[in-house]
Design a protein around this ligand. Sequence first.
Ligand code: GLU
Length: 487
Amino acid sequence: MSAYTAFRKRCTVGLLAIGILLSLSGCVDESTSLERIQKEGVLRVITRNSPATYFQDRSGETGFEYELAKRFADDLGVELQIETADNLDELYSRLSQPNGPELAAAGLTASEERQAQARFSASYLEVSPQVVYRNGQRRPTRPDDLLGKRILVLKGSSHAEQLRKLQRQLPRLEFEESDAVEVVDLLHMVDEGQIDLTLVDSNELAMNQVYFPNVRVAFDFGDASSLSWAVSSGEDLSLLSEVNAFLQRAKQNGTLQRLKDRYYGHVDVLGYVGAYTFAKHLQQRLPRYEKHFRNAAQTDQLDWRLLAAMGYQESLWQPEATSKTGVRGLMMLTQNTAKAMGVANRLDPKQSIVGAGKYFNMLRDSLAAEIKEPDRSWFALAAYNIGIAHLGDARKLAEAEGLDQNKWLDVKKMLPRLSQKQWYRKTRYGYARGGETVHFVQNVRRYYDILTWVTQPQLEGSKIAESGLHIPAIDKRKPSEDAAPQL
Ligand code: GLU
């Protein structure tokens, strides 16, 4: 080997070694955020602790953003770790810290001012910013009507940004921002008349309407806006493009729609009037019967809120309710059921509740062992409404169709057939209004969900609980002992 060749070889080896070292050190620095998440097996998501985003309910962590983020983490095959920020400014600042969370999922509006602070994903929900006022006050209908009003919005929110813009046209417009409150507090303050107006997104209002009987929409403030997830601003787009692909899939396969119905569908199901009415009855009527529901539920090892939800569906918590078909009382017992359950006076709310709890429990116990919770409770509700015999018919129809007769989702599809001759003539017990039963179960479940949210024990002693009204859990404590059994 000539001296020159040896020299070249040494150089090549040296260069190679340097190259390897460089690329090794480069590996650490240059891995993308997505690669880091996958390597560590954890996705850190920052959110707001509020009913429309993330909170604790009877079965643990929940909320629209939580559910969606959980699915995203599952898709990535990593664990989801939730962090909460006290307010929006803190959320954005933590997102941009080098060791901060990788993703923000918090009902965020991709507004102009924020584009500098963070990068936003594609939209997953279209919402309308809404001006909210108190029923009984004069309804504002346009931006000019905001003048001279006490207005409070979330600090650092898209709504504050919108109001600042409006101030350029209406310099006399005044408003305040607070980082000590959440949307529920703003609505509470309007409800109680502590402020005149606030601005919140339509999805947040839909979620909370049932708790605030006096809160009304004045008008939509500007155009619809898009809610998006956010990542820190910077060159690394790896996570963002993964998020966008996930959101696209969630749109296509119906996941987004399902979550939207589940979390923001209250007003759709109850209607606006139903939502105010429920809120009013929650404050005025439920307290009179709560102890009876609790006592009866304890005896029958039921969740009292399920029993209360049934009572609301049956009579709107009215002990003297009577129907054309002869069912009577708060739980609308038939004469036969009342007799069988030892109820002497159906119009006595306590007796009615005790009888209904006993009856429900008996029905639930009599169901086939193959029907497991939570379906078991939904079947018992259906039997409470339509009778165990017709429910049996619907189960047989399900079986004949190759469906699972032990799954509520399948039997629910069969129940409406009990009112169609081509189907009911093949059944043992014949015609029944099965469609109504499906509604009955659906409504009771909806009221049950709401009651579970409003009776979160964690909130005792909070500002809002002092008013006698409880709102969904907005702290990070684990669900308490009082939480319902898994239904
Ligand atoms: N979307 C709002 C924002 O990004 C927060 C939610 C609300 O205030 O209703 O500022």
